[in-house]
Design a protein around this ligand. Sequence first.
Ligand SMILES: *[C@@H]1O[C@H](CO)[C@@H](O)[C@H](O)[C@H]1NC(C)=O
Ligand SMILES: *[C@@H]1O[C@H](CO)[C@@H](O)[C@H](O)[C@H]1NC(C)=O
Ligand SMILES: *[C@@H]1O[C@H](CO)[C@@H](O)[C@H](O)[C@H]1NC(C)=O
Length: 409
Amino acid sequence: MKSTFLFILLTASCALADKILLGYFPNWLGSSYPVSKINLSKYTHINYAFAEMAKGDVPEWPDKSVVDVQLPQLVKAAHAKKTKVLISIGGWSGSRTFSTMVSSSSRRKKFINWQISQIKKYNIDGIDIDWEYPGTQGQGCNVVNLNSDTSNFLKLLKELRTSLDTTFGAKKKEITIATHVNTFVNAAGNMKNVSAFAKVLDRINIMTYDINGAWGANTGPNAPFNYQPGEGSISFVSSIQTWLDAGVPANKLVAGIAFYGRATTAKQNMLITKYQYQPQITGKPAQGDSLDGPWKDLSCPADSGDRTGIWRYEKIRSQGLLSSPTKAVSPWVRTWDSVSQTPWLFNPKTNTYLTYDDPASIAVKVNHTLCKKLGGLMVWSVEQDSSNGELLNAAYSVRTKSKPSVCPY
Ligand SMILES: *[C@@H]1O[C@H](CO)[C@@H](O)[C@H](O)[C@H]1NC(C)=O
Ligand SMILES: *[C@@H]1O[C@H](CO)[C@@H](O)[C@H](O)[C@H]1NC(C)=O
Ligand SMILES: *[C@@H]1O[C@H](CO)[C@@H](O)[C@H](O)[C@H]1NC(C)=O
């Protein structure tokens, strides 16, 4: 009797391995999105983003007065729910001086000492590094060294691991990174073996989105589950496989989910064929939601300053493009693409194409995450969900469901 009971208990707890559900929380939202709006019971981790590598070897918080109020609030509320808080360093416009900083041991030491001081000051649970991207230009103002960025980055991560373990106790603080859909690049190309990185990291968060956008010749999904043969070669499935094949253990891999979409302008009425890949006006996103720019980063002349075409899911709902998760409001027409497993909206009056994720597309990604026994899911970003939490509810099932009985890949 007793042993049967124990057996049942054990198998039940094995079926639901603790999955990560990580949400990025940008620190520039101000009072428009207070900490109290984040459902911290659903997330296991919040990454507070970003402290930026703007100049020199040490990150800078964009608005320190906000951080000093908001970060303690976040840490207190999160810890009350056993949710961890990491600070995230870098980001698209905050990766300028990583390359210089990692290039010398004394510079790396300054960077690491800053991390230790922030962990102590704010009682945070670790450091997330979002260098976009080692060995490759990102925003246009980054220092780049193709020959040494990646190997120096590994040196930094090893030294950071040693320092955090020495200061706070072995494995007490987490170190994670956010990465591109492809593995790191060096002079020989994309790395085939990144197991040395995986060894010192708690997790690698893959940005499995921004795969198509206004930069391409054709319209296409922001975050395809599978790519359409002949229309690209990168998808949620393929990039997870790329990182697994490069030696990252599945439980250290966390796949990304976009709570936002992207709008572009097609050159024709896409509803005639309903094919998701059709010629578009390249290099010029359509107007995004009511918060869209143009926004020019004045500190980076290479920044295009264009509008982004970004539509937060919250705005897709609240600006009335959808009246329910699956029902478009005229003139918008919703189409589901069964290859990319994503919905898209089209406005035939303006030829605006809008690719985004919804609860149905997220459910597909949740299943694959469970099938591949990944560490869990990462979300960019928490405030972009509808006010009733439609996307977070869908993503949360990664923590409550067990591995599907049928796994197609
Ligand atoms: C937050 O999530 C928990 C767990 O799913 C749920 O029980 C609770 O109702 C949610 N809170 C809010 C305010 O939505
Ligand atoms: C990958 O690199 C690690 C050392 O970082 C090495 O131990 C391992 O054998 C390599 N794997 C392959 C498949 O080459
Ligand atoms: C996910 O897996 C569950 C359990 O196997 C299944 O019932 C469900 O239909 C799947 N959902 C999707 C969107 O594939």
